[in-house]
Design a protein around this ligand. Structure first.
Ligand code: ACO
Length: 405
């Protein structure tokens, strides 16, 4: 009848018409107080704080606290939180056996997802949905996910795993578990540590993206935090979501190896028949420079200096960006660099192989997933259940197999 009504909880009235919105382009699935994005102005704020200020002044754990609990912590609150996380980083010894069961060169992303599910079986105290259990699972996931990620990585390269060293900061601990060896002291580079911390802060939340919506959807069924976060990891593993920075590296390598100019490559992208995209450009929400890309770009130069082999790719990326931004095709369509344009280059220069890029994204996004799960549980716990427009066959009579054409 063309009328859409809402009930008192704000849900679409059952008697209203169904709205078909493939890919949920125009559908808000929930209301949320966590992250604000203005895609036309390039604004991103967590709990009201601009991403630029957090990237400059905050730590990853402080940002995680902000996103999960709603406010920046006091000194004492932060110390207590850090302490809680620090003493929880170890995984049960039997979980180490789990990692030995995977084939030597397994992709670290499914191993991380399996590790997160396995974590739930080692703690009855946190594998439920009452507030105390969710609080416990929050600490365990934030503390142990870098350990699981580093173990997944070490397994993928066939190297021995390292126990966490809780005298180190959260980020240093992860770097050492990823690149260190049990018998050798690890030398940190402060620029690398800070750049990784900033990259993780930039990925902490991005409102109702595919993986976050997945976490909320799974959580709406009453599944616990581990199951919901593991579902988020799996959603993130898809190339359209977490994998674009890998595609950027491959694109830049392709340009370098073919010897074509950035203008020639841009011309190829503009040729509709070629079906080639400028990876790391364009965004569903941002119609201006992605604010995260602008911050990452500032770190790219410093980090890539450490890895002379990668300087050439950075130069191609910078030239490509300039060529595209001056081109009418990109101007008319409002296509600007997104978060993935420079992040892969930095990760690679830090020493991570491309199959770790989405794992790093998962560590970054974890506090956001947790915050959304908790918000979902606190505000309304109605199970998510979208409708569909059925376009299949009308009723048919069953035909025995011997009578079928
Ligand atoms: N290169 C060339 N042309 C592009 C690009 C690109 N990267 N992105 C969009 N366009 C063009 C489209 O072909 C379309 O042109 P048309 O109007 O002539 O048909 C127009 O711009 C609009 O693009 P849509 O595909 O409708 O935009 P949508 O919002 O659906 O897609 C997306 C956004 C998927 C990010 C797209 O820009 C893209 O594929 N970019 C490259 C992949 C990428 O970098 N992904 C990471 C996104 S960030 C993240 O997920 C963390």
């Amino acid at each position: 009848n063309g009328q859409v009504g809402y009930d008192t909880a704000g849900f679409l009235n059952k008697t209203g018409n169904l709205l078909l919105d493939p890919a949920f382009v125009n559908t808000a699935s929930c209301s949320s107080k966590i992250t604000y994005i203005d895609g036309d102005k390039g604004v991103l704020r967590y709990r009201g704080y601009p991403i630029e200020q957090l990237a400059k002044h905050s730590s990853y754990l402080e940002t995680a606290y902000l996103v999960i609990y709603g406010d920046l912590p006091t000194t004492e609150q932060l110390e207590v939180f850090e302490q809680r996380i620090r003493r929880t980083t170890l995984i049960d010894e039997r979980m180490r056996d789990l990692f030995r069961c995977f084939p030597r060169r397994s992709h670290p992303m499914p191993v991380l997802a399996a590790g997160i599910m396995a974590l739930s079986t080692f703690s009855e105290k946190s594998a439920g949905t009452d507030p105390e259990q969710v609080e416990n699972a929050t600490d365990r996931l934030i503390a142990k996910t870098p350990t699981l990620a580093a173990f997944s990585y070490k397994n993928s390269v066939g190297q021995p795993t390292l126990y966490p060293d809780n005298s180190l900061s959260y980020i240093e601990n992860f770097i050492r578990m990823s690149f260190g060896f049990p018998t050798e002291p690890y030398e940190f580079n402060d620029e690398v540590t800070r750049a990784l911390e900033v990259l993780l802060i930039l990925h902490v939340d991005h409102e109702q993206n595919c993986s976050t919506s997945t976490v909320r959807m799974v959580g709406s069924s009453g599944a616990n935090l581990y199951s919901s976060v593991a579902a988020g990891v799996n959603a993130l593993s898809g190339p359209k979501h977490g994998g674009a920075n890998q595609a950027v590296i491959e694109m830049l390598q392709g340009i370098r190896d073919s010897g074509m100019s950035t203008q020639e490559f841009v011309n190829k992208v503009k040729d509709q028949k070629s079906n080639v995209k400028l990876m790391g450009f364009g965004h569903r929400i941002y119609k201006i420079y992605d604010p995260r890309a602008a911050i990452i770009k500032e770190h790219a130069d410093n980090i890539l200096k450490l890895h002379t082999g990668r300087q050439a790719l950075l130069e191609i990326a910078q030239e490509l960006e300039e060529t595209a931004l001056n081109d009418d095709y990109f101007k008319e369509r409002k296509l600007y660099p997104n978060v993935d344009f420079y992040s892969g280059l930095i990760y690679e220069a830090m020493g991570f192989p491309v199959n770790m890029f989405t794992v790093l994204f998962a560590i970054g996004r974890l506090p956001g997933w947790i915050a959304h799960y908790r918000e979902q549980m606190q505000t309304n716990n109605k199970i998510w259940r979208p409708r569909q427009l059925y376009t299949g066959e009308q009723e048919r009579a069953y035909r025995p197999i011997e009578l079928r054409p």
